[in-house]
Ligand binder design. Structure first.
Ligand SMILES: [Zn+2]
Ligand SMILES: [Zn+2]
Length: 367
């Protein structure tokens, strides 16, 4: 087989369809990364950017792509001032080894990195550590939470906590832009999970190129057109060490979706990117001027629907089971929601969105 770009013998087959030689494959991946950022036109010259290397294997590729783009000359050069961050999620040997590996890799490129323990989420002071050092192990609050709540809720909460930490550290470093390392495959998984756990209205910011929920800091996903398949080849060709994922062993909804998408990628490779492209086209339907945001995830929670929503339907069924239903039940349900009297969904539409309120009801002592 011949490379589709240069007629050299091909070594890599992507999506069971496109053949590349090693050189053209690496060039193409770098191009995808820069094209994604170029199209968006969100970066000003010498923009300070916080680059978050906390998302498994794809982080190592993000690091390499950034390093490559900032060392180019001429018009192709990515003109940003990068700051690198890795968050340690658990105090296991695996996570410590991963953090050490990331420090090593950064130092190979002559770059510095901040390593932060996820439990800093509870700290009220500034949390920026010294560069290139492993943090002292903090309290085990999040580990206890992991033991005590369902894997589905834990995984969802961790994503939100990491996002909050990214924003806090970006603000301490006065960065207005953050890069995260989600791939097409990871975003497809998140899309399906979002729909299943009642975060469908948050798809635009959770899956699209830019998360614009924070007023002053934007989170961008410049690897959103690169799949996990490409990540694997990239690491292999460039001989970069792989991060071993010490992920949750408990089975939650997210791991079920993971397996589903992995299977999809293997057997119907074009489908995964179609899932994400569809998500990209979904805008938010809300068009209100006075918006209110969830205090945990910053999503819009403006609540003005005259129709019965899934939340009300759930509360309604609960009331039907516990009380005798009456004619005015819908009115009562509406009242109990707006007056914040329902124990199932604390603070819903007051300060929390549906997803966060449901999480909060299970783990208020941890948040
Ligand atoms: Zn080639
Ligand atoms: Zn929320």
């Amino acid at each position: 087989m011949i490379c589709r770009k240069c007629d050299a013998p091909a070594t890599i087959l992507i999506r069971k369809e496109y053949w590349y030689c090693n050189t053209c494959f690496i060039t193409n991946t770098n191009h995808k990364f820069r094209a994604c950022l170029g199209r968006s036109k969100t970066l000003s010259p010498n923009e300070k950017v916080l680059i978050c290397l906390s998302d498994s294997t794809s982080s190592m590729v993000l690091l390499d792509l950034v390093q490559n783009s900032i060392s180019l000359n001429g018009t192709k050069k990515l003109r940003v001032i990068p700051f690198f961050l890795h968050i340690i999620e658990t105090a296991t040997e695996d996570s410590i080894r991963t953090a050490k590996l990331i420090i090593e890799q950064c130092n190979k490129y002559n770059l510095d990195i901040y390593i932060v323990d996820i439990n800093e989420y509870y700290s009220t002071n500034n949390i920026l550590p010294d560069i290139n050092v492993l943090p002292q192990t903090k309290s085990e609050t999040l580990n206890n939470m992991r033991m005590n709540v369902s894997a589905t809720i834990y995984d969802d909460v961790i994503v939100k906590i990491k996002r909050t930490l990214f924003l806090r550290i970006a603000s301490e470093l006065s960065c207005k832009i953050i890069f995260t390392a989600e791939t097409t495959t990871q975003l497809a998984k998140r899309l399906l999970t979002n729909l299943a756990i009642g975060r469908g209205s948050q798809v635009e910011n959770d899956i699209g190129f830019a998360d614009q929920r924070d007023k002053s800091i934007k989170i961008l996903r410049p690897m959103k057109d690169i799949s996990n398949e490409e990540i694997e080849y990239f690491l292999k060709v460039k001989q970069i060490s792989k991060i071993q994922n010490s992920s949750n062993t408990k089975i939650g909804l997210q791991s079920v979706v993971d397996n589903f998408v992995l299977d999809l990628q293997k057997n119907y490779p074009a489908t995964v990117s179609t899932v994400c492209k569809t998500a990209d086209k979904l805008g938010s339907a809300e068009n209100t001027t006075e918006t209110q945001n969830c205090t945990l995830c910053q999503s819009n929670i403006t609540f003005k629907s005259s129709k019965l929503t899934a939340v009300e339907a759930t509360i309604f069924s609960r009331q039907m089971c516990t009380n005798k239903a009456g004619v005015n039940d819908k009115i009562e349900v509406m009242q109990s929601i707006t007056e914040d009297k329902n124990p199932m969904f604390p603070s819903i539409y007051k300060t929390l969105c549906y997803g966060c309120s449901r999480n909060f009801s299970e783990l208020d002592s941890y948040l």
